[in-house]
Design a protein around this ligand. Structure first.
Ligand code: ADP
Ligand code: MG
Length: 174
């Protein structure tokens, strides 16, 4: 069983370009497990346009904003709370850089390098800092209490007292 240091949480999304292609979804899930991430929560959501606008409010006014929020409202999204040591940085490394056309050459073995379709339809999202992770976890999992999780579940996740439920792609406490 892996011995782990303190776990950090991050918010990951499988964007609509991923959720509509089952083998890509599966391959990304496999990669997440291979890289020793723990899946703390997982749910599928269908974002309406006003929710996607809210989630991406920091990008309002940019040239790709309309394209981005339209795309994100075009199909189901899966939201996940991932745990790992240094999860925020690790997940962003595994995703690869934002811009797919460049990433295909510069980081071909990343999720975006392998599966991204365009600079907008780039497969996954990941929080970029602890504050945004907390905010984004609250956006998709309003009932999830981070402080409580650290008290009650983190020690068990850290010790590996969990099992992957493959059908639902979530780690359950033993
Ligand atoms: P990241 O998702 O890597 O944190 P940003 O926060 O900068 O990247 O942008 C949010 C999302 O907006 C990106 O994941 C991508 O879907 C889209 N996007 C960002 N930059 C561009 C761009 N130059 N052209 C098209 N879409 C973009
Ligand atoms: Mg971002």
């Amino acid at each position: 069983m892996t011995v782990r240091g303190p776990l950090q949480l991050t918010l990951a999304l499988f964007k609509p370009d991923v959720t509509r292609v089952p083998y890509v979804l599966k391959a990304i899930q496999q990669r997440i497990i291979e890289e020793d991430f723990l899946v703390v929560r997982h749910r599928e959501v269908r974002l309406l346009r006003d929710r996607t606008e809210k989630f991406y409010a920091e990008h309002r006014g940019k040239f790709f904003y309309n394209r981005l929020v339209t795309f994100m409202a075009s199909g189901p999204t899966q939201a996940l709370i991932l745990a790992h040591e240094d999860a925020i940085k690790r997940w962003r490394l595994l995703m690869g850089p934002t811009k797919v056309f460049k990433t295909k050459y510069e980081a071909p073995d990343t999720i975006r390098g392998l599966y991204g379709l365009t600079d907008t339809r780039n497969s996954t999202h990941g929080s970029d800092a602890p504050e945004t992770a907390a905010k984004e976890i609250g956006f998709f999992f309003p009932e999830f209490n981070i402080e409580n999780w650290y008290k009650t579940e983190e020690p068990k996740f850290r010790e590996g007292l969990v099992k992957l439920d493959e059908d639902n792609f979530i780690h359950k406490l033993l």
